[in-house]
Design a protein around this ligand. Structure first.
Ligand SMILES: Nc1ncnc2c1ncn2[C@@H]1O[C@H](COP(=O)(O)OP(=O)(O)O)[C@@H](O)[C@H]1O
Ligand SMILES: [Mg+2]
Length: 345
């Protein structure tokens, strides 16, 4: 898609994709082995929309996020594909240009916030530096904005927090600082990698509500990586299900819950705990575990765990094909359970 010729929707807003990942391949060279972390993933995010990425640990969610951000480092390598942002391929941009975009136009809340904060800078210094580098915000304005940001992410006594060092804060507080940093420069795209895992449910709800508010008010596009299908149901518009580095299903959120077609998605939905839990959990009840992909086999990577696998699934890899309007699944034998009532986000 080119940067011009944007498509207005019925309300006159731009409905062309803000981010389009096409056929992304990211690999890691580990001694004599290649880990095929992401193999041919594609996904689209529009302004004002939230895309959820779900899948078990090791399925390639974080590597997809880091690839979009241009943050894959040796021994990792992007072996192919495009990451189109406003129609321009970020993979072709020099690091100097990516540095200007990162943190300002495209921001990320990383999965592990501990390593991303500098222990010798206070929270206020982190925010001030970021606002100065990207927006040339004066120190007085930066302070006011920082206090506002910290209170919006639910940190009590924000003025006091500005003087604190991240290592003196709890995991949940640091996570909220990371979210404030990600939102500081008013990004167009926010990638949040399991942003609420360390937070209790009240703060989690507050952060997700803030992200929803920004989507509505500022047309923020977000990618929300989560293990929690309840969060997906409540906060995402589109969903991508990843398995072994591949997108195995993608659909609007209501459709994925009402009529999942890939047996893996069906398995994930069956793992949703019946009782409300205070912590997000890994999915555990699909028998077997996901593979670390070190060779590209011909068949479907889910075949060893699939109750529906046939001869063809072992010998031929299913492409991601349309199974309905805006709904695609990579499966030779898509499940066709009776539709359940639609879950609305
Ligand atoms: N720095 C790295 N070196 C080697 N392998 C990696 C590295 N980062 C990720 N991987 C591998 O890539 C695959 C996908 O990882 P990741 O994207 O972190 O999974 P997820 O976020 O879905 O849990 C895994 O098999 C993981 O072991
Ligand atoms: Mg991850």
């Amino acid at each position: 898609m080119s940067g011009t010729g944007r498509l207005p929707d019925s309300q006159g807003r731009d409905s062309s994709p803000l981010l389009e990942v096409r056929d992304l391949h990211t690999r890691f060279r580990v001694r004599d082995t290649t880990v095929y972390a992401v193999e041919g993933a594609s996904m689209t995010v529009r302004a004002g929309e939230t895309l959820g990425i779900v899948g078990e640990s090791g399925s390639g969610k974080s590597v997809t996020a880091l690839s979009i951000m241009g943050m894959i480092r040796w021994p990792g390598q992007i072996a192919g594909g495009q990451v189109l942002f406003h129609g321009e391929d970020l993979l072709k941009k020099p690091e100097s240009q990516m540095r200007k975009l990162r943190g300002r136009t495209i921001a990320m809340v990383p999965q592990n916030p501990l390593t991303s904060l500098n222990p010798v800078l206070t929270v206020g210094e982190h925010l001030r530096e970021l606002l100065w580098v990207h927006l040339k915000t004066s120190s007085g304005e930066a302070k006011a904005r920082s206090i506002d940001l910290l209170s919006r992410v639910g940190l009590p006594d924000p003025e006091q927090r500005l003087r604190e060092y991240p290592h003196r804060m709890s995991g949940g507080q640091r996570q909220r600082v990371m979210i404030a940093l990600a939102m500081a420069c008013g990004p167009e795209l926010l990638i949040a990698d399991e942003p609420t895992t360390a937070l209790d449910v009240t703060i989690q709800a507050q952060i997700l509500e803030l992200m929803d508010e920004l989507s509505r008010e500022s047309n923020l596009a977000s990618v929300l990586i989560t293990h929690n299908l309840g969060i997906v149901a409540g906060h995402c518009d589109q969903v991508v299900v990843m398995y072994a580095g591949r997108v195995v299903e993608s659909a609007p959120v209501g459709e994925i819950f009402a009529h999942p077609r890939h047996p893996y998605t069906v398995g994930l939905l069956q793992c949703v705990p019946r009782l409300t839990r205070h912590r997000e959990r890994e999915f555990h009840t699909i028998p077997g575990s996901p593979p670390v992909v070190t060779e590209l086999a011909d068949g479907c990577p889910f075949a060893p765990r699939c109750a529906y696998a046939t001869e063809r699934c072992w010998s031929h890899r299913p492409p991601l094909d349309d199974v309905g309007p805006a709904h695609a699944a990579a499966c030779w034998n898509p499940v066709d359970l009776p539709r359940t009532a639609e879950v609305t986000g």
